[in-house]
Design a protein around this ligand. Structure first.
Ligand SMILES: [Zn+2]
Length: 261
């Protein structure tokens, strides 16, 4: 099983001095991420997500608040428990198999790690229907055995178009711009694209070749060398967009390549 480190930032929390039990919850939301729950709980004025773990429907397991801190998930029962929340609304939904498997593995792992066997539903300790009548409680709570666990950092947030992001990064690296790398082409992106002459070379030429190839103008190999084939592709692109077909990639050609005009 893999635990994905969520890299969330928390307010102050106190350390939990004992761990006697695990308490299970559902999010009561059909689709949500650990970041969503973290935001909701911060909006409650809490230090951050109240659960120690968050299990998504696809079976991925995310870390919530640090495992050794007091949670904020079951009023009156937080000081000696670990809280696990499952994405979904299990008053009405049926849990996907991948999520159930992940939940069983996580419970078995925590039982063994802390030498405990007690697993409760939120409804066992508070006046609530959580985690829902369809939640497969006995399957998950009854799980035990050895599970090997690895941790993995969460993927960095990315946005926009991957090619635009790489172009922005390269234009910044070469000193043509100091723009946000957000993958979204805009005026700053256009302003940061240097004019490429008929015999240009380098990483930006390679990015140009990649874009032209993607758009159906065949530059051949993406080698960063503006040769005969690349020149023909640039001119064909310019003709198709009613630009002067001079083989020089200036602002008007970049604007078309970036989809800005
Ligand atoms: Zn709950």
């Amino acid at each position: 099983m893999k635990i994905i480190e969520s890299n969330l930032s928390f307010g102050s929390m106190s350390r939990r001095s004992k761990t006697n039990r695990i308490i299970l919850h559902h999010a009561e939301a059909s689709t949500c991420t650990v970041q969503d729950v973290h935001r909701w709980h911060k909006n409650n004025g809490w230090a951050g997500i109240g659960y120690h773990f968050f299990v998504r429907k696809d079976g991925s397991v995310y870390r919530g608040r640090p495992e050794n801190t007091v949670g904020s998930h079951a009023y009156g029962s937080n000081s000696d428990s670990i809280g696990i929340c499952f994405e979904g609304a299990y008053m009405t939904e049926t849990m996907p198999a991948a999520q159930k498997t992940a939940g069983k593995e996580l419970v078995a792992y925590l039982k063994k790690k802390y030498g405990i066997s007690k697993v409760q539903a939120h409804r066992d300790v508070c006046a609530t229907s959580c985690p829902g009548t369809n939640f497969p409680f006995s399957d998950i709570a009854g799980s035990s055995g050895s599970v090997s666990v690895t941790t993995t950092p969460s993927k960095p947030a990315t946005s926009g178009d991957a090619w635009v992001r790489r172009l922005q990064t390269e234009c910044n690296a070469q000193g043509f711009s100091k723009q946000a790398v957000d993958g979204i082409a805009g005026p700053n992106t256009l302003a940061g694209c240097p004019q490429l002459g008929r015999t240009s070379r380098g990483n930006i030429t390679a990015l140009l070749q990649e874009r032209l190839n993607t758009l159906g103008y065949n530059c051949g190999a993406v080698d960063g060398i503006n040769g005969v084939k690349t020149q023909a592709a640039i001119k064909a692109f310019q003709r198709a967009h009613n630009l002067v077909a001079d083989g020089i990639v200036g602002p008007k050609t970049w604007s078309k390549l970036l989809g800005l005009s």
